[in-house]
Design a protein around this ligand. Structure first.
Ligand code: NAD
Length: 425
């Protein structure tokens, strides 16, 4: 995942507290016992390391690194590594829990984890970043492992960093262990289909939800906030299925065309324009980027940053369906109003789980020592996403709750049942 500047929090709600509020509601609906509630609330493991490396100027600098395993009840823990100047243990703890629920909701045999190193990769040379990745990996050598804890990219890290991590881990073990990390370059055992996996899962979720709402994709309009990996793939795949994408946006602003934006042209423009849409002639720039969220569309896909639909703007949201490509784009307080307005919202832990699903396939392929075709990867991930949507939908009807709470119910129920079978001390 490319590095993006942390977005300013737009109201006082903390997205991670928002997640815990939903966890609490789901736990109550499920009638989760206090004992199991406490097991699932607290992370299983928190490791903090000091990572000294020699900078290019010859001086030694010490970085703080962390790894939180929230749960390994369903299987080895899985979660990305974030390189950011403001990364904080509390944030990493909550993101690790988020991974537990995400893996459980799509029924892949993983627990949840997250890692972080407090650094600013944009101010570091390639050599400094490489030394930091290698030193962090060695510091975590007893934490990571293909059967224990499998990292992946997150903000500030990408395939290059995962290659260094895999190499360092492999050297320490005297053999190639490519299943220790996912999100690797293809030649190192990365999976075909991983790049588009999250956007593709957003598309499958959106199509499943539209079928329930009886929205004809060929007559539907859509707006997509964020035109990076998730947003641009979601836009392209939804366009291929008949939707008219009338607005897209990125850090440079929001762009609107009521006749529909040609997504392949927008992607080509972005790629030749330093990664941003500024100056794209296929659409008009809206006066304020926030307007995109308030457009009269059938489907709204927030796929940029967290906490963009809040009590400040939720009244003006007119979409019939929201499909959360980003993590945490809707605040807890805004949720209530979305529900009151009768808008269907496919929550992040379901809608954007296509990425972790194909990461799981990468790990499976590494362990098989075999490579699947893109067609096989897509077919299997589409099936998993569709089945996950259906199970969340059925749960929402059974408990008479919105899809978001239903997704948490599905996830918490699965982890709690597994815990009860495995037993404690
Ligand atoms: P990315 O860096 O590729 O793209 C982010 C996009 O959002 C860019 O177009 C950027 O210009 C835009 N953006 C940033 N701030 C914005 C703002 N305030 N308003 C509008 N646009 C803004 O990142 P990505 O990989 O596409 O991730 C996007 C979101 O999806 C994040 O919340 C991420 O955590 C989540 N996510 C990503 C994956 C994945 O596989 N990449 C998986 C699950 C969840």
């Amino acid at each position: 995942m490319a590095y993006i500047e942390p977005a300013p929090i737009k109201d006082k709600e903390n997205p991670l507290e928002s997640m815990m509020e939903r966890f609490n509601i789901a736990a109550e609906k499920l009638g989760l016992s206090d004992e199991v509630y406490n097991v699932l609330k607290n992370p299983a493991k928190q490791v903090i390391v000091s990572v000294p490396i020699t900078m290019d100027n010859g001086k030694i600098k010490v970085f703080e690194g962390m790894r939180v395993v929230h749960s390994n009840i369903l299987g080895p823990a899985k979660g990305g590594i974030r390189f950011a100047p403001d990364v904080h243990l509390d944030e990493v703890k909550a993101l690790a829990a988020w991974m537990t629920w995400k893996c459980a909701v799509v029924d892949i045999p993983y627990g949840g984890a997250k890692g972080g190193v407090r650094c600013n990769p944009r101010e570091m040379s390639q050599g400094e970043i490489e030394r930091l990745v290698r030193a962090y990996t060695l510091a975590m050598i007893n934490v990571f492992g293909p059967d224990k804890d499998i990292p992946a990219p997150d903000m500030g890290t990408g395939p290059r960093e995962m290659a260094w991590l895999m190499d360092e881990y492999s050297k320490a073990h005297g053999m190639t262990v490519n299943a220790v990390v996912t999100g690797k370059p293809l030649v190192l055992g990365g999976s075909l289909g991983r790049t588009e996996a999250t956007g593709r899962g957003v598309m499958v979720s959106a199509m499943s939800a539209m079928a329930k709402l009886k929205i004809n994709p060929f007559q539907a309009t859509c707006a997509v906030q964020g035109f990076g990996n998730v947003g641009s793939w979601a836009a392209q795949l939804l366009e291929e299925r008949g939707l008219k994408i009338i607005a897209v946006s990125d850090v440079s602003g929001a762009y609107f065309n009521d006749k529909g934006i040609a997504i392949s042209e927008a992607i080509a423009y972005r790629d030749g324009n330093g990664g941003i849409l500024e100056g794209f002639s296929g659409a008009e720039k809206l006066s304020s980027p926030g307007e995109l969220l308030e457009l009269q569309v059938d489907v709204l896909v927030p796929a940029a940053v967290e906490d963009v639909i809040t009590i400040k703007n939720v009244d003006k949201v007119k979409a019939k369906l929201i499909v959360e490509g980003a993590n945490g784009p809707t605040s807890f307080k805004a949720d209530k109003i979305i529900n009151q307005k009768g808008i269907m919202a496919v929550p992040d832990i379901l809608a954007n789980a296509g990425g972790v699903t194909v990461s799981y396939f990468e790990w499976v392929q590494n362990r098989l020592g075999y490579k699947w075709t893109a067609e096989r990867v897509n077919r299997r991930s589409d099936r998993i996403m569709k089945e996950a949507f259906d199970s969340v939908y059925v749960t929402s009807q059974k408990y008479e709750v919105p899809l978001r709470i239903a997704a948490y119910i599905v996830a918490i129920d699965k982890v709690a049942k597994t815990y009860n079978y495995r037993g404690g001390f």
